[in-house]
Design a protein around this ligand. Structure first.
Ligand SMILES: Nc1nc2c(ncn2[C@@H]2O[C@H](COP(=O)(O)OP(=O)(O)O)[C@@H](O)[C@H]2O)c(=O)[nH]1
Ligand SMILES: [Mg+2]
Ligand SMILES: [Zn+2]
Length: 328
């Protein structure tokens, strides 16, 4: 790698810790969260990776140790080490490459934004996302957006969605980025607290992630970035994520352009443990391990018949089980 004018051999001056707030391709912007003072840095040498299956060694939200080298007027930070992550969100792209990509690290929570219509979000996407959050230790809140436009049929669908996912154990909010209905509880969760308080907004394109971020803090305008990103994607460049500081003190990350959500490093035999409603009952399965498919005296299938586990979620489980078995 050529750092151009930054190639210098001055002695190490200072080693500190900062958070990655943006990756621009050539540089990583760091900030001393909860302070907002972004400054550029580069990686030097090879950084040892915990997760070698990912295409990106460093993600937004990573805490890194850097050193500052003095090069006259400019000081350039060099990332020396990634500090251990409390969690990270990782997905496999659904295209042929099936590459794994870390979306962000050290998240206090993820809001998974869904819509019943315009667009209709598929359960397969929601459930893969939720399984990943369980497997990678991320607190997730489901947010149903666009409640302002649903007709009676859509509202009935919404009630079904709510009963499936609250039954599985998830927190659900109903909001409208347009009318502002239901926004306040999200704003409250996102605002500055002890530590950095980083929230990620995710979901398929068009569900209203950027609109919600703007509704939470009108000083932010994540849309500008989307335009340049569409441009970048046309050139087959990686999608970059970016952190924004809220006026209220917290930090949020918008995620543009997620189409599919493939699981990463989740073994078929552990899959059911990432369905909270299955985890609750699976100790009572007669066989250990139990795939909850053909085995007799299976507590998951009993719960399914009683109605405490939904057929929709169980079908998602079967779909993932088949896919994860196939790709091994
Ligand atoms: N009716 C209605 N439209 C919304 C709402 N939130 C977002 N939209 C619209 O949905 C479209 C996509 O919104 P955007 O924020 O760009 O979605 P993103 O791709 O998830 O970031 C835009 O036309 C928004 O105006 C909402 O709560 N109600
Ligand atoms: Mg957007
Ligand atoms: Zn079972």
């Amino acid at each position: 790698m050529d750092f151009g004018q930054f190639t210098i051999f001055a002695p190490m001056e200072k080693s500190s810790v900062a958070t990655v707030v943006k990756h621009t391709g050539s540089h990583y912007l760091l900030s001393h969260l909860p302070e907002w003072d972004p400054f550029p840095s580069v990686i030097r040498g090879r950084i040892r990776l915990r997760d070698s299956s990912a295409t990106n060694p460093i993600a937004v939200g990573d805490k890194v140790r850097y050193t500052l080298h003095d090069s006259g007027d400019d000081a350039l930070a060099t990332i020396e080490e990634i500090l251990p992550r409390t969690n990270y969100l990782i997905r496999r792209s659904v295209n042929l490459s099936r590459q794994a990509h870390i979306i962000a690290a050290n998240l206090d929570r993820v809001f998974l934004i869904v819509t019943i219509e315009f667009p209709e979000v598929k359960p397969a996407f929601v459930d893969r996302f939720l399984v990943t959050c369980e497997a990678y230790n991320i607190k997730v809140v489901l947010v149903i957006n666009k409640v302002d436009i649903y007709d009676r049929f859509a509202l009935e669908q919404m009630e079904i969605f709510k009963s499936i996912y609250s039954g599985a154990g998830y927190d659900i909010m109903e909001v409208s980025a347009i009318t502002g209905e239901g926004i306040e509880p999200i704003r409250e969760l996102c605002k500055g607290k002890d530590g950095d308080n980083v929230s990620l907004f995710s979901g398929v394109s068009g569900v209203g992630k950027s609109s919600l971020i703007r509704a939470i803090d009108p000083t932010l305008d994540p849309k500008i970035r989307e335009i340049s990103q569409a441009h970048l994607q046309g050139r087959h460049t990686t999608t970059f994520y970016e952190m924004y500081p809220l006026q209220s003190g917290g930090f949020i990350i918008d995620t543009p352009g997620i189409r599919g959500f493939g699981l990463v490093d989740i073994e078929p035999h552990e899959l059911s443990t990432y369905f909270p409603e299955m985890l609750r009952v699976m100790d009572n399965c007669k066989f250990m391990p139990c795939t909850h498919t053909h085995e007799p005296d299976c507590a998951v299938k009993e719960a399914l018949e009683e109605g405490s586990i939904s057929y929709e979620r169980y079908n998602s489980y079967l779909g993932m089980l088949e896919e994860e078995t196939k790709y091994r």
